[in-house]
Structures are given as structure tokens and as C-alpha cells.
Write a protein that binds this ligand. Structure first.
Ligand code: ZN
Length: 184
């Protein structure tokens, strides 16, 4: 019995296409709200998943979701997990000149990990799931996720940019290295 992967995999044209902006008046509508609910559900089922862009579930629109666990207070591991955050029509701003290399994976490129050099700090201006504008300043992991997800919306995968790629079939090993390994 095979179960179909809920996440679109590398090679599918939707992952290599520039996605279209969302009309703000459609954000409250059934279609977008159902898509957001689906993306949160898919993300929750992925043990290593920290973020998901709409093209990864086959929708070529400018929207991504970051799992709340990414924003969890590192000093308070028993504290509450913040809700997942939705970014619609995101725009990268204030990219730091300083760059950092970080290990990345992608839910659309299963079984691989690679190092990618990205801006160490990045801010994103976007609309939330209610259509309200906000700005989020990210550093380190969050900044990397912002850039990885915005790349998805431009049809770019991290494997197009990685300075080093490796196979990763060892899920057990990956579990112990969760801090360094993120599927986004
Ligand atoms: Zn990805």
C-alpha cells in the first residue's frame, strides 16, 4: 500500500515557477482559508518540518506558513508553543550585509541536506491570515527560513544555491541533530 506524498517533490513545474500574488480581498475567502488550514495540517504531520510554501502543496501563490515551534522561547522549553504564522505576499527587506552558512533541508527534496549561505538577518513585510500587514525581523534560523521560503515563491530551491549537498537517509541520526536539520 502506498500513501501519496502530500508535498510536491522536486521536478514538478509548480516548484520552478514564480508564484502569483494573492489579491488581499481574497484572503478571507474560503479558498485561501482552506489552503492555510491544509498547509498547517501538512506541516504538523512532518516531524522535521518548520515551514511550508504554497507551491509545495501545488498552489502557485505567494503564501508561506512557519511552524510556531520556530518562534518558541529557547530559554523556556516547557513554555507554550506560539501559533503557526502565516505570511502572504511576503517581501524581504533589510537584508544584513553579513552572511552565514547553515544546514538546510527541504520537504520538497526528501533525503538530502545541504549548506546554504544566506543573509544572517532578514525582515519580512507581509499580510497575515486576516489580511493585516505586519513586519517580522528574523535572525539566524528565522532569517534563513524567510529567504528559503521567499525563494520557493520565486521558483528557486535551496539545491540551486547549496554550497554542499549530502544524502540523508538516517532518520534516527537526523532526530538527534534536529537543531541543525530543518525541513522547510
Ligand atoms: Zn523548501
Amino acid at each position: 500500500m502506498s500513501v501519496q506524498d502530500p508535498i510536491v517533490q522536486v521536478g514538478d513545474p509548480v516548484l520552478h515557477t514564480k508564484a502569483k500574488s494573492v489579491d488581499p480581498k481574497d484572503i478571507g475567502g474560503k479558498k485561501i482559508q482552506a489552503l492555510i488550514a491544509k498547509m498547517k495540517r501538512v506541516l504538523r504531520d512532518e516531524e522535521y518540518g518548520v515551514a511550508l510554501a504554497a507551491p509545495q502543496v501545488g498552489e502557485s501563490i505567494r503564501l508561506f506558513v512557519i511552524a510556531g515551534k520556530v518562534f518558541k522561547d529557547e530559554d523556556d522549553e516547557h513554555g507554550p508553543t506560539p501559533p503557526d504564522r502565516v505570511f502572504i505576499n511576503p517581501e524581504l527587506m533589510r537584508l544584513s550585509r553579513k552572511k552565514a552558512e547553515m544546514s538546510e533541508g527541504c520537504l520538497s527534496v526528501r533525503g538530502k541536506y545541504g549548506s546554504v549561505v544566506r543573509h544572517e538577518k532578514a525582515s519580512v513585510k507581509a499580510l497575515d491570515e486576516h489580511g493585516k500587514p505586519f513586519v517580522h525581523h528574523g535572525t539566524n534560523l528565522v532569517a534563513h527560513i524567510f529567504q528559503h521560503e521567499c525563494d520557493h515563491l520565486d521558483g528557486i530551491l535551496y539545491i540551486d544555491k547549496a554550497v554542499h549537498l549530502e544524502e540523508d537517509d538516517d532518520l534516527k541520526g537526523a532526530r538527534t541533530k534536529l537543531k541543525e536539520k530543518h525541513g522547510v
